[in-house]
Design a protein around this ligand. Structure first.
Ligand code: ZN
Length: 333
């Protein structure tokens, strides 16, 4: 891994903001790293099919390059017995990166879902836990404002649960980004709109999740902590969650998806019921990655409803969470 200089970046795009530097980095990596070049080229040929559900849609993408991530063995034993692929010493020689203040590296994901797809690991081999990184999550999304930033919890789609990292994809690629205003207008429940953070619950869209909107980072950080604290940790260091954020019009939008399980039963089923689908933030925002053609061909709207239903909280659990958040809103965090 080598740090790419601004002079080198300038050969591949404009560099006046971190977002544009990251786009230039993707271009640079495509040109010097054959694996990245080939995988970004094949992304253009990804087959898709779209299911429409009223105010929202779910796109299924047949993306064989993602098998490594979808089928990642994240058991403790498997993690212990492999070299960490996000530690700097183990990164491929062709990989280039940009330093980000706070001991992070901005890297190109060589197995992309997005036309510009970044992996942003800590420079330290430290576990995937959001608690100590909430401020970085918001700061980074503001600095990378042309990108949507996401965090997958250690048992919620992160393929390196032992090494802290974010991912980012170019904005307006995920269906939910475009659909959110209409969903908030027509089928949301406001939990709190006094103070600096608007807290809303969204359901009846296959998924149940919380939306936080604010221009004030400290209040937003406190509310992210509040949402996390409202969930059952089930003996782990943090509850199962995916988080997504973007910064636009001087305000953050943060989506928090509380999770019930890592993968649906179909993942471990025998053929012909088996489906390799491992929901993470991208899936919950409306793009379901299917690395096997047979799954792409057979998946139906009913399967999507079933899969989302299994991995998200059920109605009773979500109601319980909403009650706790309403109490936070009344009594303070
Ligand atoms: Zn590591």
């Amino acid at each position: 891994m080598q740090i790419i200089s601004e002079k080198e970046l300038k050969k591949h795009g404009t560099t006046w903001s971190l977002s544009w530097q990251a786009v230039a980095l993707v271009n640079q990596q495509k040109s010097v790293w054959p694996l990245a070049g080939a995988n970004y080229r094949s992304l253009r040929a990804v087959e898709t099919k779209t299911f429409h559900f009223g105010l929202f849609r779910v796109e299924c993408h047949f993306n064989p390059g993602r098998i490594r991530s979808s089928a990642a063995n994240t058991s403790e034993e498997a993690i212990r017995s492999r070299p960490c692929f996000l530690c700097r010493d183990n990164l491929p020689a062709e990989q280039g990166g940009l330093p980000y203040p706070g001991n992070f590296l901005i890297l190109v994901n060589p197995f992309p879902i997005f036309p510009c797809h970044l992996t942003i690991p800590s420079v330290h081999h430290t576990p995937q836990l959001i608690k100590a990184n909430k401020n970085t999550f918001l700061r980074l999304s503001k600095d990378l404002h042309e990108f949507t930033l996401f965090y997958n919890g250690p048992q919620c789609g992160a393929s390196a649960p032992d090494h802290f990292h974010f991912q980012a994809g170019i904005r307006n690629f995920l269906p939910l980004e475009e659909e959110l205003p209409q969903l908030l207008k027509h089928q949301s429940e406001v939990i709190s709109e006094e103070g600096a953070v608007r807290v809303t619950a969204l359901e009846n869209c296959l998924r149940r999740f919380i939306v936080l909107q604010s221009a004030h980072a400290p209040s937003l950080t406190a509310w992210i902590g509040g949402v996390i604290d409202s969930l059952d940790k089930r003996g782990q260091e943090e509850p199962m969650i995916n988080m997504v954020t973007w910064y636009a019009k001087k305000e953050w939008t943060v989506l928090i998806f509380p999770r019930e399980r890592q993968r649906p039963w179909q993942y471990d089923a025998e053929e012909p019921l088996k489906m390799v689908v491992s929901p993470a933030a991208v899936e919950l925002c409306g793009i379901v990655i299917l690395p096997r053609r047979e799954d792409f061909e057979k998946i139906t709207a009913a399967d999507l409803e079933d899969i989302f239903g299994q991995v998200c909280l059920n109605q009773t659990q979500f109601n319980h969470m909403k009650e706790k958040l309403a109490t936070f809103a009344r009594n303070g965090l």
